[in-house]
Design a protein around this ligand. Structure first.
Ligand SMILES: Cc1cc2nc3c(=O)[nH]c(=O)nc-3n(C[C@H](O)[C@H](O)[C@H](O)COP(=O)(O)OP(=O)(O)OC[C@H]3O[C@@H](n4cnc5c(N)ncnc54)[C@H](O)[C@@H]3O)c2cc1C
Length: 394
């Protein structure tokens, strides 16, 4: 009994035998090794060892995003007194500390994160929908491309003025989303990014790791108790495939069409987060470990919530596309400030946000949304073509 850790080691391949012993071929510092085990948990991240080897890997071409991220030195402090003096409206009415928080800058078809790191560096990353925003051409170093891209935004330009990116710590990935059609079987399970990835917006990565890892743990525990693994694993395979697809359609499909419009995104943001607090986070806090057995968006009770989220998300995207067509996209962005107090688990507080936002959405439909209803307008689909493919890294 006990645990052995082999490090460093590269898993060269894994041969699966459902219901039998799994075989791992490793390359370690000194030699190659073969290990046999009843269970293998694949946590290999975007490399998706098992999904690729077994042809379970499916790219998601409906969401052609691209991400580039690196660390920077010398980025300005959000709370800097000089900045406050130069741009009084930037600090006016703001009582919290921004410098230690994660800040986001959003444009048309893209968003960027700014995370303060220990030691004073800043992680800056940008994610774009390649149908909406254009990534600079290949010649320049990636750090310069990030600077060039973000310089179109006045706040980003000011914050990065004089900052330098750290060579060698630069990441780039095209066509981010994918999933594995199989989550587990009798003797193996996939967790985290090895199972699927959608989008880093709203940071769902840690949730996905938690749900898929707990599912793997429960599966192994059930095997130890002598339960029928095939039945359990068939159920999990269906649930995770459904969860991925519903999460994608409810939250991310064509989201980047309206990210950059303050009025629409403000509504989308409030609804998305209020539903997350009400129907996912709430149960994890209330039920603890048991809450992880309810894979997001898969219960019968979740179906109407999913349908509503998918509906408002697709309507917001259609309204934004119509606004773009009419030259009115982002018309209310200038000088806007939404000092929202935050979210908590008070159900009546969450219900109030949801009701108010749904009401505001209804008004928006009456005021202008109808112009993009399919019956009046057949031409507002997000039909820009993009090169399909698997995530590529540089
Ligand atoms: C641009 C971007 C921004 C993100 N921002 C956030 C965020 O703000 N918040 C959030 O929660 N999530 C975020 N995520 C998601 C988050 O990074 C991932 O969901 C998370 O890292 C996945 O963890 P993991 O353990 O599944 O995989 P990983 O963290 O990728 O770990 C996999 C590990 O397996 C190792 N490995 C792979 N193949 C082999 C092999 N053959 N042999 C041995 N070892 C191997 C790798 O070296 C790696 O150490 C972001 C993702 C992206 C792309």
């Amino acid at each position: 009994m006990g645990v052995s850790i082999i490090r460093p080691a590269l898993v060269k391949s894994v041969d699966l035998y459902e219901g039998g012993e799994q075989t791992l071929h490793l390359q370690t510092e000194n030699s190659d090794k073969t290990i046999k085990a009843r269970w293998v948990i694949d946590a290999s991240g975007v490399r998706c060892l098992l999904a690729r080897k077994n042809n379970w890997y499916k790219p998601n071409p409906s969401h052609p995003t691209l991400a580039a991220w690196t660390r920077w030195k010398g980025v300005k402090d959000w709370d800097d007194a000089n900045l406050a003096e130069k741009y009084p409206s930037l600090s006016k009415n703001y009582v919290g500390i921004r410098g230690t928080a994660t800040n986001h800058i959003i444009g048309d078809g893209w968003w960027a994160w700014w995370i303060a790191l220990k030691g004073g560096d800043t992680s800056i990353g940008v994610v774009i929908d390649q149908r909406r925003a254009k990534w600079p051409p290949e010649e320049e170093p990636l750090g310069e491309k990030i600077r060039e891209f973000l310089s179109s935004h006045p706040v980003a330009r000011e914050m990065m003025d004089g900052a330098e990116y750290i060579e060698g710590d630069i990441n780039f990935r095209r066509n981010l989303p994918y999933s594995s059609s199989v989550q587990s079987g009798d003797g193996f399970a996939l967790t985290g990014d090895a199972l699927a990835f959608i989008d880093p917006f709203y940071s769902p990565g840690m949730d996905w790791i938690a749900f898929s890892t707990m599912a793997a743990v429960n599966l192994v525990m059930a095997w130890r108790k002598g339960e029928n693994i095939q039945v359990l694993s068939d159920k999990l395979n269906k649930q995770f495939a459904m969860s991925y697809q519903r999460m994608f359609e409810a939250l991310y499909l064509n989201k980047y069409d309206y990210l950059g419009d303050y009025e629409i995104m403000r509504l989308g943001f409030r609804l998305d987060i209020a539903f997350y607090y009400s129907f996912i986070a709430y149960f994890l806090f209330k039920d603890g470990e048991e809450g992880f057995k309810e894979i997001p968006f898969t219960s019968p009770q979740a179906t109407p919530i999913f349908a509503l989220m998918r509906l408002y998300n697709s309507r917001f995207a259609a309204i934004a596309r119509k606004r773009r067509e009419d030259g009115r996209f982002g018309r209310l962005n200038s000088g806007q400030r939404d000092l929202f107090p935050g979210f908590n688990f008070n159900r009546s507080f969450l219900l109030k946000i949801i009701t108010k936002s749904l009401f505001a959405w209804a008004l928006l439909e009456i005021k202008e949304g109808w112009k993009s209803w399919p019956v009046f307008n057949l031409n507002t689909a997000n039909d820009q073509a993009i090169e399909e493919g698997e995530p590529s890294q540089a």
